[in-house]
Ligand binder design. Structure first.
Ligand SMILES: N[C@@H](CCC(=O)N[C@@H](CS)C(=O)NCC(=O)O)C(=O)O
Length: 188
């Protein structure tokens, strides 16, 4: 298989896909892109990612952008290693639901929490409401049931990010228990 090269940064959404590569021990090399110092805007990098963001994944002549698309591409390449559910199954539908939920519903709320002027309590409340609703889509002990899958790695990264920003709804189950259950495996 051609080398997988992952362009990322530890303080970015690239951690979603970086953690998948690391936790499931997928063959790859990672290149850290310092976006604070303009490395996403160089002519060379814009050939990899047309609007200059991380993450991006290069696989042979192909480059894949958008963390959700990279996640699904990895699921196609490494279905067995990632315990990715088969297309057309209810579990695969859950994977799609959570991925879109993170990026289109939850992320805009979380992004508000990045501003120093934000009301963290209010944002934490909004996150709590959304995650409480999604608990009906969490089978337990892991999202899809008994087995730790790619979806758990992604959920862990998102929740850890919220914790770091002070917008994680402390004490909310099943997420509180989930975070401690997955901590050792995710932190490597
Ligand atoms: N929707 C994209 C968002 C990517 C994104 O906005 N990445 C930020 C870091 S979290 C970035 O690269 N910013 C650098 C820049 O704007 O130069 C994804 O999920 O991949």
């Amino acid at each position: 298989m051609e080398t997988l090269t992952h362009y990322t940064n530890p303080m970015s959404r690239g951690m979603r896909t970086q953690k998948i590569l690391e936790v499931f021990d997928l063959p790859h090399e990672s290149i850290s892109i310092d976006f604070m110092n303009g490395q996403t805007r160089t002519e060379e990098y814009l050939k990899i990612h047309p609007y200059g963001r991380v993450p991006a994944l290069k696989h042979g002549d192909l480059t894949v952008i958008e963390s959700g698309a990279i996640t699904l591409y990895l699921c196609d390449l490494f279905a067995e290693e990632l315990k990715a559910p088969r297309p057309g199954t209810p579990e695969r539908a859950l994977l799609y639901e959570w991925l879109f939920f993170f990026q289109t519903t939850l992320e805009p709320v979380a992004i508000k929490g990045m501003s120093d002027k934000s009301d963290k309590r209010q944002i934490q409340g909004e996150v709590r409401t959304l995650l409480t609703a999604m608990a009906s889509r969490f089978r337990g002990p892991y999202v899809l049931g008994e087995e730790f899958t790619v979806l758990d790695a992604i959920l862990h990264v998102e929740l850890a990010w919220y914790k770091m920003m002070g917008i994680f709804p402390e004490g909310l189950e099943p997420y509180q228990g989930f975070l401690s259950r997955t901590a050792e495996r995710m932190e490597l």
